[in-house]
Design a protein around this ligand. Sequence first.
Ligand code: SAH
Ligand code: SF4
Ligand code: F3S
Length: 458
Amino acid sequence: MKFNVITFGCQMNVHDSDWLIRAMESRGWKAVSESEANIFIVNTCSVRDKPEQKVYSVLGRLGRLCTSPGDFVAVGGCVAQQIGEGFLKKFPFVRLVFGSDGVAQAPQFLEELAADHKKKLVLNDFLAKYPEREGGLANPNEELLPPGIGTIPGQAFVNIMQGCDNFCAYCIVPYTRGRQKSRLSSAIIEECTALVKSGVREITLLGQNVNSFGIDKKGTDLSFAELLYKVSAIDGLERIRFTTSHPKDLAPEVIKAFGELPNLCPQLHLPVQSGSDNMLKKMGRKYDRERYLGIVEGLKETCPNIVLTTDIIVGFPGETDEDFEQTMDIMERVRYESSFSFKYSDRPGVAAVKMTPKVPEDVAQKRLARLQERQKHITRESLEELVGDEMIILLERPSKRQAEGGIAWRGKDPGGRVVNIFFEGGDESLQLGGKLVKVKITESKNHSLIGEKVGNPW
Ligand code: SAH
Ligand code: SF4
Ligand code: F3S
């Protein structure tokens, strides 16, 4: 069977899609480009209106590609969870709908549907426990798959939990991903250990709110900090990252870990959403700016070179000019190295839908533009400060932009910054992905750095 996967949304969706591709390939299916495929899997995101609308336009396109009786589309992820059976009714070529807890079973059902052209299925039940997935890396005897697994050589993502219990007033995720379920810590350690044995050097622990790992007591007796120390101790693991963190659950022990664990990367994505106490309260974030700034101070004290990034929403219902100024102010205080910022978007069923007054689109747009312009400057200034520094880079793949006489590679520093490095005389077949190299930063760009190698990659 030839299949193609289209992915929208967050790192968790990307990770689910990666797993699904490996699981189907291990069953003898072949991942191909869209024009060659017979079966299409669309992994969807519902966090704002825009990505949801994209799903419908993609389905229109795929519908035209489903020309033979065996061709069909499977819709997975958050819009699938939200709309469910509606997809089968609206689009005759959609034959499988699976939500986040259905991913583990999707391979089996994809096979069934490929064998029986009349069958249609919806896998939208939330399960009581974290659903372990078989295949992919969980099967170390898998020979079909290249070592290193994930899409970037040497790097891998490991799920530690599913779902979210926070119900922030604007957010649809608790409805689409269900209740928080921590994964068994033994399964996490086992997967991480196997990955490191297979050549992985950097692991990112994934969850909607990793700091509350273990709080649900579904599958583990460890706190997130304890889990971090255990993963950090895996012999041969050079780098650990984790995402996403909710400030309200960031324990002092986790802050301490940034000072103690040598392989914990100095990087933290800490979504603030707003700098205004009024807005934070209405959003149901359960921290105020003072507490947030206290956490940032603690992090900077423990780990002076920590790279902080964030998510910001502008135009939340009731946001005044003064509220917005507070957000601009918190940006100056923290000096995020980069941020994802969004205009508030009404989502079906969330508490904020009923909150008023809504901020007019043009006001929200102006605020967003101003915030993004300021961020651009801060990003540029922070990157400039790094020129002349030496750092270790984990190489990923050849850079998009190339120059004569060699080949440029893209990699990341411990802080997660993109660094491009030129290798003289190298050719594309040079196997540098997953290798580490020491570089000296020679130039900074708007969003990335340029470095030259000091010594050979290892
Ligand atoms: N679990 C993560 C966030 C997941 S959603 C966390 O708590 O930080 C990613 C980001 O999308 C959020 O941080 C928020 O900034 C944004 N977002 C979520 N719902 C939104 C909405 N209705 N409108 C605009 N942005 C939204
Ligand atoms: Fe959404 Fe809040 Fe949960 Fe993040 S913590 S996924 S923003 S409800
Ligand atoms: Fe989108 Fe679902 Fe992730 S709504 S951001 S794909 S959890």
